[in-house]
Design a protein around this ligand. Structure first.
Ligand SMILES: *Cc1c(COP(=O)(O)O)cnc(C)c1O
Length: 393
């Protein structure tokens, strides 16, 4: 069992494990369950009085689910967690728990694309309006807050464009107006940013990414205080969501090595970012840990590290030159998601993704995920890619 004073490295190693309840076996077992039996009518009634309190039916969770939820809550320094089948479900259930028709939501303009589409297609249909704010808005968010604003939703750095947000300033203004503040903390993980210390109410983690870490799990986790937990849990359960036990197990297994993996992702990410910065084909590198980055001051003030995901804006090139570069990569894979052990490169399309702030870049935007490979092998792969690009330009 972990102690309140334990450091993060100790927490990721032990949180959620209860060998004494499990024959001394270190990892929690994978409970596959639908029906759970009750020995007496009294026990059945006790379970029905509060399905969230103990195992009562598979959909409400099992000790495997609880282990992951407990570990994530410990890392986020809060009371409770909720495991959900995807990261996107963690985003949408957090939103739906606090919104009813007529309400307004303030959303970062650099939010993860599928969340924007959820606001535009699903929430709008329920009569819930979304106002997008510039990620750099800071305390100026107070000018956008209306009496019907119930939620301020943050994601920092922003998806694809990596702008940093002033979380304490935004949170202070939102709380003055009585709004709930939630943040998607997938980029930093609980190891590199502690949103609760800056006043955030609800933390969302796409555990699909770094927590699982091996590109083979879809999972989301929400962490929050006891009183908000019950409301979100009831909403998520009401929609029928339940995370699968094997996925919770794999996420916990991934969590055990998160600290060592992230240190390497950070190291490779920074080295690659600096390498790109020195290339003549590159217009701008979007990485908050680089001193030139506009968000660097906030990152240094609030964050304990940088993960391996960042952006690169190239100088304008013909489409076929970019394709020649990307089609021939040997180690960098091209595909959605990130946070696994392997390096990825993805051309990003911001069409329909910005409404509060324009995206002025003239050249193509790439998203790079620095994996755990040898750095020299990675830069050789990129160097060969730029040679193919140059030959077609
Ligand atoms: C991937 C991602 C999600 C969604 O997670 P899924 O498990 O793919 O549904 C949410 N937020 C961010 C920032 C992400 O990168």
């Amino acid at each position: 069992m972990i102690d309140r004073s334990d450091a993060d490295q100790t927490r990721v190693t032990h949180a959620g494990n209860r060998p004494a309840d499990n024959h001394g076996i270190i990892n929690p077992p994978v409970y596959h369950a639908s029906t759970i039996l009750f020995p007496t009518v009294a026990a059945l009634k006790a379970a029905a009085a509060d399905h969230f309190a103990r195992p009562s039916y598979g959909r409400y969770g099992t000790p495997t689910t609880y282990a992951l939820e407990e570990a994530m809550a410990a890392l986020d320094e809060t009371d409770r967690g909720i495991a959900l089948p995807t990261g996107l479900a963690a985003c949408t259930m957090s939103l739906l728990a606090f919104l009813t028709p007529g309400d307004n939501l303030l959303m970062s303009d650099a939010v993860y694309g599928p969340v924007r589409r959820f606001c535009e297609r699903i929430l709008a249909g329920f009569g819930i309006s979304t106002t997008y704010f510039a990620p750099e808005v800071g305390a100026g968010i107070d000018r956008l807050i209306r009496p019907e604003t119930k939620i301020v939703y943050l994601e920092t750095p922003g998806s694809l464009t990596f702008e940093m947000q002033d979380v304490p300033a935004i949170t202070a203004a939102a709380h003055k107006a009585g709004a709930v503040v939630m943040i998607d903390n997938t980029w930093a993980t609980p190891l590199f940013f502690k949103p609760m210390r800056h006043g955030v109410d609800i933390v969302i983690q796409a555990a699909t990414k770094y927590i699982s870490g091996h590109s083979d799990v879809m999972l989301g986790v929400i962490t929050t205080r006891e009183e908000l937990w019950r409301k979100i849990k009831a909403t998520a359960h009401g929609f029928g969501h339940a995370a699968a036990p094997d996925d919770c197990y794999l996420a916990l297994r991934g969590l055990r090595t998160l600290a060592v993996r992230l240190a390497r992702h950070q190291e490779n990410g920074l080295a690659l970012a600096r390498w790109f910065q020195a290339r003549p084909e590159v217009d701008r590198v979007l990485h908050p840990a680089l001193p030139h980055d506009p968000g660097h001051g906030i990152w240094r003030r609030d964050f304990g590290g940088a993960s391996g995901l960042f952006g690169v804006v190239l100088k304008p090139v013909p489409e076929k030159a970019l394709a020649a570069m990307l089609d021939g990569m040997r180690l960098f894979g091209m595909g959605y998601s990130w946070g696994g052990y392997e390096s990825l490169i993805l051309p990003s399309d911001l069409t329909g993704m910005r409404s509060a702030t324009p995206w002025p870049a003239a050249g193509p935007l790439l998203r790079i995920h620095a994996g755990l490979e040898d750095l020299a092998d990675l830069t050789a792969d990129l160097e060969a890619g730029f040679a193919r690009l140059g030959a077609e330009a």
